[in-house]
Structure formats: C-alpha cells, structure tokens
Design a protein around this ligand. Structure first.
Ligand SMILES: [Zn+2]
Length: 162
C-alpha cells in the first residue's frame, strides 16, 4: 500500500506502467474513476490532483466523455431518446422497423386470406345457385338427394375429381 503525495517526509510512490495504462484506458470516465480503479487494481491511493498531474505528464486526457452503453464506444454524442451512440441507435431503429415489418407481413397475410375466403364464399354460393337451378330445370337430383360415395354421388369434394 503506497501513499500518494510528496509533502512532508512521505515516500513518493512511483507511477507504474499499469497505473499509466489505467489513466489512458479510463481517462474518459474522469479522474475520480481513474483513482478508484488504481486503488482497486493496484492497491494504491492516488489523489485527484496527482492523477491530474500524471495525466498531463503522459499526455492522457481526463475529460469525461460519454460511453455508449451498448457497444462501449467512447466520445460519441449519445442519442437523447435511445441513450445510444448513432450507430447503435440506427441498429435499434432498424430492429424496431424489422419487427414492425414482420407484424405487418403477418397482418397482411391474414387480411389477404380474409379477402380470398370472401371471394371463395361468393364463388361457392354462385356455383351452388347455378347447380340448384340446373337441377330444377332438368329434374335432376340435388347433391343432398344423392348418396355420398355412390355411383352417381360425389366423391370427396377435395380430391380434385370434380
Ligand atoms: Zn453504440
């Protein structure tokens, strides 16, 4: 455990490469964060002032910059609504648009199915009406009057033999 500072008779704790790299890597979080990291990782208490002096000496910036919580990029302006960097904001919007697109596709499919079903119903009613008119006109047995599966009956209506 070292003690920072040069005042009095206290020993000066030398700066290590490790501490310098912490300043360079975490400088964008500010001097206080750097001090906390140095204490945590190196067991050495450094004052804000000494960190500022050291940062100045090794030409490292302590200016606090925004960090994108999504990708961790430093120094880019974060979008006020998304709280993310421009790229992550675009990715977010793209994903939202894609999700909405999927929803619309599903709704569109359902809507077009509904339209098709209506058209099939109308066609069905029309053909049935035409059939019953033909039965009446020529005295033929109606579909209901015929035994199912019989010689002159109807096969399964969906087997394509109609
Ligand atoms: Zn980002």
């Amino acid at each position: 455990m070292g003690i920072d500072g040069v005042e009095g008779m206290l020993r000066v704790t030398p700066w290590t490469t490790k501490q310098d790299s912490i300043i360079r890597e975490l400088g964008h979080l500010g001097a206080a964060a750097v001090a906390a990291a140095i204490e945590h990782e190196c067991g050495i208490v450094r004052s804000i002032h000494s960190i500022e002096c050291r940062a100045s000496r090794i030409h490292a910036s302590l200016r606090v910059q925004q960090v994108c919580p999504e990708c961790g990029v430093v120094g880019l302006r974060l979008n006020r609504q998304s709280g993310l960097c421009p790229k992550c904001t675009e990715i977010l919007h793209l994903n939202e648009a894609k999700a909405f697109n999927e929803l619309l596709e599903a709704e569109r499919a359902a809507a077009s199915d509904a339209g098709e079903i209506e058209a099939l119903k109308r066609e069905n009613a029309m053909v049935r009406k035409r059939n019953s008119r033909t039965c009446r006109k020529y005295g033929l047995r109606t579909m209901r009057e015929r035994p199912r599966g019989g010689q002159d009956g109807l096969d399964s209506p969906l087997d394509g033999s109609l």
